[in-house]
Design a binder for this molecule. Structure first.
Ligand code: GLC
Length: 487
């Protein structure tokens, strides 16, 4: 089975968040003697060409409007997975960030979808390699299933199938009508698009056209079919309900392993971690200038500072508890300036109890997972989430809102002997609910150390590796290809 996996971001080449992580690690888990997965992504200007060992492969011409575009294909084997990078001046090749602005991005990514199909054709001509499945991710690549659906009238493309994965319904590429017209995309006449006025929404076009749809957790798959979380696409998604599958993301357990992680002050595993985690905690406090003597829980946040992540709930709750001197707080990540400002104020007010870093530092992130007690992730919505999985892997108990992948991966403490639970869960999107849950967690930390320890052990033993996701994804590939063979 040949699969071409298209993504606007792929770690370690280009990354602004979870999409890149998934593209970088799921593809590695998918690769097997029976599954020849190859990745296709834009060659952005900032990609370290020499550092990653990219090499030029070939060029081809693509007719676009009245001109011919020169497209250059570069490639590298990364973890045994071939990665193709498309360069096409002036659209891809010079930019310093993957995304520019809505108007230009609509055109750039529609073009990327067109070039992906064109490149597949070139791979067939040059290397006799042609995908059985095109796996597209998010709105940037969502036009691929539509373009394939119209190409299938030709026998060359008739047997190819498409899968679209939704990582985040918040980014849809709506109002792309002008860009679609500019790129010469034929009209989208599916009744469920036209009827709902969604025929210039890139993600909607993909959702209506792909043979099969996935999203990154079972709970999110259910949520996006409701008006509350569907962001205007729930009606359309309900019409595709039978083809939508929630497959939980994983983490790379080799790469994120407290037993071998060279960034930690002391290494440990789920069997033996008490002393080592204390050493990591002290090292973190020292590095961040926090008071090392106080016996209070250390609460951490790592990730983008925005409303999706529930910062507007978390910061008032933290402020309230900090006033009462009950905890220490470390935050790592950047985003909305409003939240930067509030965090900086908190750090100024309580320098020995609050440490804030407004950039991203992978080594510090691991030290935070290994040295903190509680990992705060009160997201308003969360398709899957990675932070809570990493925190559990390193023994920091997640405190999460019951939504999407957070609900699917964190089991609430049973408040008894600690015989259940891998963290703390609350439901209502209110500061009050979060504050109470934080207080409950802090009480548990103080009064029930044995139960806390059992939860840590259980959290660290959870298997959130990629194997299960890769198996389920391959099964879907097989099903769509086989169902075609029976037509
Ligand atoms: C997006 C989602 C996040 C998910 C990631 C990878 O960033 O917001 O929840 O984990 O994609 O699928």
């Amino acid at each position: 089975m040949n699969v071409l996996y298209a993504s606007a971001e792929v770690s370690p080449f280009s990354s602004t968040g979870g999409l890149a992580e998934v593209a970088g690690s799921l593809t590695l888990a998918l690769r097997s003697p029976e599954t020849d997965v190859r990745v296709i992504t834009p060659l952005y200007g900032f990609i370290d060409y020499a550092g990653h060992g990219l090499v030029y492969q070939f060029s081809f011409r693509y007719p676009h409007r009245s001109a011919l575009l020169d497209v250059h294909v570069h490639s590298v084997f990364h973890n045994d997975v071939p990665h193709y990078f498309l360069q096409c001046d002036p659209w891809f090749g010079r930019e310093q960030t993957p995304y520019l602005d809505q108007a230009r991005d609509a055109t750039r990514f529609i073009l990327f979808c067109q070039l992906t199909l064109a490149c597949a054709w070139e791979l067939r001509q040059r290397y006799n390699w042609f995908p059985d499945v095109l796996h597209a991710n998010d709105s940037h690549c969502a036009l691929i299933p539509f373009l394939l659906s119209i190409s299938r009238s030709s026998p060359d493309w008739a047997s190819m199938r498409s899968l679209l994965t939704i990582h985040n319904l918040a980014y849809q590429g709506h109002d792309s009508g002008a860009a679609l017209y500019y790129c010469g995309i034929p009209s989208r006449s599916q009744p469920n698009l036209v009827y709902q006025d969604l025929d210039d929404n890139l993600l909607a076009i993909g959702l209506a056209s792909a043979d099969v749809l996935t999203t990154v957790s079972p709970r999110y798959a259910a949520e996006i079919q409701t008006a509350e979380h569907g962001r205007g696409l729930d009606g359309l998604i309900r019409t595709r309900s039978a083809s939508l599958h929630g497959i939980l993301n994983g983490i790379n357990r080799m790469h994120h392993n407290p037993e071998t992680d060279c960034h930690l002050a002391a290494r440990y595993n789920a069997g033996e971690f008490g002393e080592s985690r204390l050493i990591n905690r002290k090292a973190l406090q020292q590095r961040q200038g926090l008071d090392c003597e106080r016996k209070v829980p250390l609460v951490a946040m790592v990730g983008r500072l925005d409303v999706q992540k529930g910062l507007h709930l978390a910061l008032p709750a933290m402020r309230r508890l900090l006033t009462r001197d009950e905890l220490q707080f470390v935050s790592l990540g950047n985003g909305d300036p409003r939240f930067h400002h509030e965090l900086s104020l908190m750090a100024g007010q309580w320098p020995e109890r609050v440490a804030v870093r407004h950039d991203y530092d992978g080594a510090l992130a691991r030290q935070i997972y290994a040295g903190s007690d509680l990992f705060l992730m009160p997201s308003i919505f969360e398709p899957c989430g990675i932070g809570q999985l990493l925190a559990m892997r390193y023994g920091s108990l997640p405190l999460v809102r019951e939504t999407g992948g957070l609900a699917d991966t964190v089991v609430n403490y049973d408040d008894g002997r600690g015989s259940r639970g891998t963290g703390f869960v609350f439901s209502w999107s209110e500061t009050e609910a979060l504050t109470h849950t934080l207080e409950w967690a802090i009480r548990t930390w103080h009064n029930r150390p044995a139960a806390w320890r059992r939860m840590q052990e259980r959290a660290m033993k959870q298997d959130f590796g990629w194997d299960k996701s890769a198996r389920a994804t391959k099964e879907l590939y097989r099903n769509i290809v086989i169902s075609e063979a029976h037509l």
